[in-house]
Design a protein around this ligand. Sequence first.
Ligand SMILES: [Zn+2]
Length: 156
Amino acid sequence: VRIGQGVDAHRFSADETRPLWIGLTKVDSSPGLDGHSDADVLAHALGDALLGAAGLGDLGQHFPPSEEWRAASGETILQRIVHMVAVAGFRPISADTTVVAERPRLAALTSTMSERLSDVLGAPVSVKCTSTDGLGALGRGEGIAANAVVLLEETT
Ligand SMILES: [Zn+2]
C-alpha cells in the first residue's frame, strides 16, 4: 500500500466569463479560476496525490503549460493519471480531499464532486470544504486551494 498527497491553488480569473470548475463539476459562480487548463483545483490536487503515491513525480512535470494541455479538462488530466498509475502497477483504494474557499459556498456540491471523482478513480473519493476564517489570500477570496490524500495498492 502506498500513500500520496497533493496540493494545488489557483487565483480567480480577471475574466468574468471564465467558468468555474471544481471536482469535475461546473460551479454556478463567476469568475472561474485562472490557469492554462480549466484550472480544476481539486482534480489537480487529487491527480498530484495519485502521481506522488505511485512515485511518478508531480502534475507540472506531466502536464506542462504546452499547447497539448491548453484548456484541458480536469477529467482528461485525471483519467490520464489514473491510466499512468495503472500502468505503474497500482490501483486506488480511496482518497480524501478538502477544498479551501472563502467563496463561493460549495457545501451543496460536495456530493456531486465526490461521485464524479469516484467514477474516474474507481474508488471512493470524499470531498470536504472549508474556509480559512478570513485569513490570508484564500481568506480574502483571491483564489481557491485544494488538498488531497490517496491510498494505492499494488496490483501485481
Ligand atoms: Zn492546478
